[in-house]
Write a protein that binds this ligand. Sequence first.
Ligand code: ADP
Length: 419
Amino acid sequence: MAGRGEIALNAIQRRHAKVSTGDAVPVIRFIPPDEFNLALLTLELEFVKKGTKSEQVDAVLLANQLRKRFIYQVMTSGQKVSFEYHGNNYIFTVNQAAIEGQEKSSGPERGMISNDTYIVFETSNQSGIKIVNQREAASSNIFRHKEFNLQSLGIGGLGAEFADIFRRAFASRVFPPHVTNKLGIKHVKGMLLYGPPGTGKTLMARQIGKMLDGREPKIVNGPEVLSKFVGETEKNVRDLFADAENDQRTRGDESDLHVIIFDEIDAICKSRGSTRDGTGVHDSIVNQLLTKIDGVEALNNVLLIGMTNRKDLLDEALLRPGRLEVQVEISLPDENGRLQILQIHTNKMKENSFLAPDVNLAELAARTKNYSGAELEGVVKSAVSYALNRQLSMDDLTKPVDEENIKVTMDDFLNACHE
Ligand code: ADP
């Protein structure tokens, strides 16, 4: 225990702070910002002092233990962290300590470990320890983010739909293969988001892709696939899955998950009766897509997310179990959803004091029944155009604009609604 006026630091902390025992050190109070929880902590394994011999460490378990042991502690990038686990003493360096939604500031990255902190391990060294199941660690992070704040991701009003998608399509990916094998279930490999245009299907699919896959997902568009490559469409569909195929061939069960988003999937997967092109192109593409997710040569490492405004046009064969089996309707936002969407799209101008104090978003949400997210975004854009127009002098368009005076008012929004 440290006495009054003393600070206790272990050897690693002393080395990091470049002090020795008995040194006098100045201390400044650190006031953390409101949002100080770490979203992401990347730890590089420096070395392991071995007690027992255990060559493989499960990333999920290791991350859970780390979170427990260091909960509410502040981590700073560059810092060394020492951690005892199953008789081994691990020394990590913090490579990245990122706070969600915050721009990188000039100072060192730092934040507090919370239950939601997603921990990634990097092992570039020769420690002789292999950290396995990184991917499961990533998905279990999604699990913890079940109540993910979609609004902070720029998606308004689709919380219930997201929870539904999560349970039906993600949950099976959260658990390591040995658990799902025991349960005898197969991962969901296809999902369909359907509903009116402009309701956020693409936003949602992208977000799901990023969460599961960690990178920007591949997005292809049905009509483009069809028109651009007439005669070559099948090759295209093959190319689409090429990365996933390579990955599965070379890494097997360790392969990454590949999320492929197919916008306007109805364009190529129309039910047979409704295609009158007589070429059979549609049929063969549908068949090809199906063999990739449900055939003998089916891939285990893909999630195909199809999107359509016209579910009724889709080939039934595509919707059977094992195919695009999870179908979620993304409908027009309700009043609360509209409020969230309006907040998202006015957030920036509000931050920069361009939003007049008389603007009542709740009232606008009440007045915009049956507007889609895209239309609400359009209303905001149009309201801004009214405000900007007021600042322009018609006699002299080159006259410099007085930035301070730009204010988007409630009237601008009301005019925009009536357009
Ligand atoms: P869809 O794929 O359903 O046709 P998109 O996701 O492409 O619709 O939406 C188009 C644009 O409209 C988005 O880029 C976004 O700016 C806005 N938008 C639509 N729905 C929402 C929503 N739920 N929350 C926030 N913005 C939305």
